[in-house]
Write a protein that binds this ligand. Structure first.
Ligand code: UFG
Length: 322
């Protein structure tokens, strides 16, 4: 049995997956350029610091026999992608092509790719399935969608199976208390609320109260990072066992509004932080919820942490710690 390569394994989602793979005794090689990752977040396996866009790093990786790849490395900030599209197409598309091509050459059995609900863009439906129309509204979503397509086209004619996961709104931290979202300049709702609830910021803003949703604020499908990590382990096992390629949404098919998330944070923390009603944020959409039946039926995935209280507590506990 060869190694499992995890690119971006020192980052938020990647590090949770590395931990689960390690607990299941996979032999892991993590590659991360540490632009958003942290050495100490790599709790299992060997860490190679480098960029997968670098040919020398690829050569070094494939000195090992690699049986499977989980590809998390990439750029992930939507507004930044609008300002610096070249960076996003390079990191998320061009570098992914280099890795996929090399994987084919090296006879890697399975390739897992981190995609995003941002590929759906302004969806006409509130609950989306994988077959629904894709129409990304920013370079981030477009750069991920292009990689999805490359992977599918290459897999059609080469001996490489894939699972593409489209993540909805990922939140929470690990049960062990060692892993979670870091970084000061938070833009994600759960992180912003956690900072307000721990008094690291004085207030937060609710972006828009005039959406066509249950209470006028944006509705999203928040998924606990531990459940997301579980589905990745199931995905790589599926591919290593010779399973077919698949494109899978990852969410809970439940939507919570900004106001509901804010009030849950206030309840859990006991802190009545100020939530100011403001204008809509550029590029936002009203509502996006995942139909994730395919992930459940194909991989036998059973989410365990799909209570909003569990997710919020997990995000709050982590924020208190760091
Ligand atoms: N929101 C606020 N105030 C804040 C931050 C967010 O009201 O301070 C609102 C947003 O307007 C939105 C909701 O909270 O209605 C969620 O916003 P996030 O920034 O947490 O997440 P997004 O849904 O905008 O985007 C996230 C990831 C993307 C990914 C997308 C997929 O950031 O990378 O989910 O749905 F593509």
């Amino acid at each position: 049995m060869g190694k499992i390569l995890v690119t971006g394994g020192a980052g938020y989602i990647g590090s949770h997956v590395v931990k689960k793979l390690g607990e299941e005794n996979f032999d892991i090689l993590v590659v991360d350029n540490l632009s958003n990752g942290y050495k100490e977040a790599v709790t299992y396996g060997e860490l190679l610091v480098g960029d997968i866009g670098d040919q020398k790093v690829l050569d070094k990786i494939f000195e090992n026999q690699i049986d499977g790849i989980l590809h998390f490395a990439g750029s992930i900030i939507v507004p930044e992608s609008v300002e610096k599209p070249e960076l996003y197409y390079q990191n998320n598309t061009e570098n992914s092509l280099k890795l996929i091509s090399r994987a084919v050459k090296e006879n890697v059995k399975g390739f897992i790719f981190s995609s995003t609900a941002a590929v759906y863009g302004e969806s006409k439906k509130e609950i989306v399935t994988e077959e629904d129309q894709v129409a990304p509204t920013n370079p981030y979503g477009a750069s991920k969608l292009m990689t999805e397509r490359m992977l599918q086209d290459i897999s059609n004619v080469r001996d490489l199976n894939y699972v593409i996961f489209r993540y909805f709104n990922v939140a929470g931290s690990s049960d062990c208390g060692k892993l979670g979202i870091r970084g000061e300049n938070a833009t994600h709702l759960m992180k912003v609320c956690a900072q307000a609830a721990t008094k690291k910021r004085e207030s937060m803003t609710i972006f828009g109260t005039d959406w066509d949703t249950k209470d006028g604020t944006g509705v999203r499908d928040y998924i606990h990072v531990e459940d997301l990590a579980d589905v990745h382990v199931l995905g790589i096992k599926h591919l290593l066992a010779g399973g077919d390629s698949a494109l899978l949404n990852c969410g809970y098919t439940q939507g919570y509004s900004v106001k509901e998330v804010v009030s849950e944070f206030k309840k859990v923390s006991g802190v009545d932080f100020s939530a100011i009603e403001g204008e809509r944020r550029a590029g936002d959409i009203g509502c996006l919820i995942a139909n994730s039946e395919k992930a459940k039926s194909l991989l036998g995935w059973t989410p365990k942490k799909n209570q909003i209280e569990t997710i919020v507590k997990s995000a709050f506990e982590w924020e208190k710690k760091i």
